[in-house]
Design a protein around this ligand. Sequence first.
Ligand code: MTE
Ligand code: MO
Length: 363
Amino acid sequence: PTAPGIVKPLPEDLFTVRGTNAETRFAALAGTGYHTPNDRFFVRNHTSTPLLDAADWKLTVWGDGLNGNRAVDFSLADLKRLPSVTHSAFVECAGNGRSHFTSQQGQEVSGTAWTLGAIGVARWRGVRLADVLKRAGLGRRAVDVLPRGLDDDYVTADGTNLGRVRRPLPLSKALDDVLLAYEMNGAPLPPDHGHPVRVLVPSWVGIASVKWVGDIQVSARPLYSPWNTDFYRLFGDAHPQNGSAPLTRQTIKSAWELDAGANLTAGVTHRLTGRSWSGAGGVVRVDVSTDGGTRWSTARLHDAPRRDGWVRWSTPWRPPSPGIYTLLARATDTTGRTQPDATVHNTQGYLFDAVVRHAVNAM
Ligand code: MTE
Ligand code: MO
């Protein structure tokens, strides 16, 4: 059975719904802790959330990258008998921030018009994919693994059936820090986030973290699917010929925990808050401006830098008089990467990293 769309309630104060997807409102994270609560974690579904019974579920690992090319099945109980690991990491859509290519740079892009809320950080508990592959008899010739979801086939707007969501992962990453997760923030994985088991690929674009995983092909040859050939690569004038390599690490971003156009009282001091993150290295510095970029100060950071997570930050601000103000936040990570003023255009609007101009209204 498949749910009609997303299962969890999507109240307007927590989410902005865009087609089959639900974007977290950053204002709804103000005052919550480091981890995004499950009830406000964004959902990105190519189709609809399938309703799977954990008792019937099994994972099939198969392919010519296994010794003897013999398929091996794992039940959830089998996975839970392996050593468990817990890891805090974000899941962030490759297209997070996409709408700002248009709103700030006047450029056309295809795909869901996210603002900055297609990200969440959770504590994921599960088993290392490396342990499962070894149990399945990983052979020396394996190069790629291909996890595939149990949700319905994805049919594009023009009617092309691309089959089930699946994206190849190089064996080197699969053996590094990838999890098969069965818990999210201490609860069984909720239906919308991949119940009973999802792949969790820390610091990479969200599409790598296949939900509702049903099988994993292990291959001695490189694998391809539309999700690493036609989508999730950079195409456009700056990326001539065949486009970039398939996207891996996420880029750097910052968001204020305020709605766009939020009303604030002039003449009183507010404690403004936000979060910054990067897939390359933890965020070590956040510069903020409340006057559209004329004067800058540094925000106070409330978390230590972590590559797979984010840092919460705050800055005091007293709007001097009524009017429209533009808030800016610019993060820098441990590798020295800093958010630019503009992101180089790509036609599908991936990896937006520019400083977002966030208007608020003092009254
Ligand atoms: N896995 C399956 N099976 N089907 C999907 O539609 N969407 C992907 C990924 N895994 C998807 C999937 C995309 S594009 C993203 S950004 C993340 O899941 C979103 O994870 P979330 O819905 O738990 O936030
Ligand atoms: Mo995504």
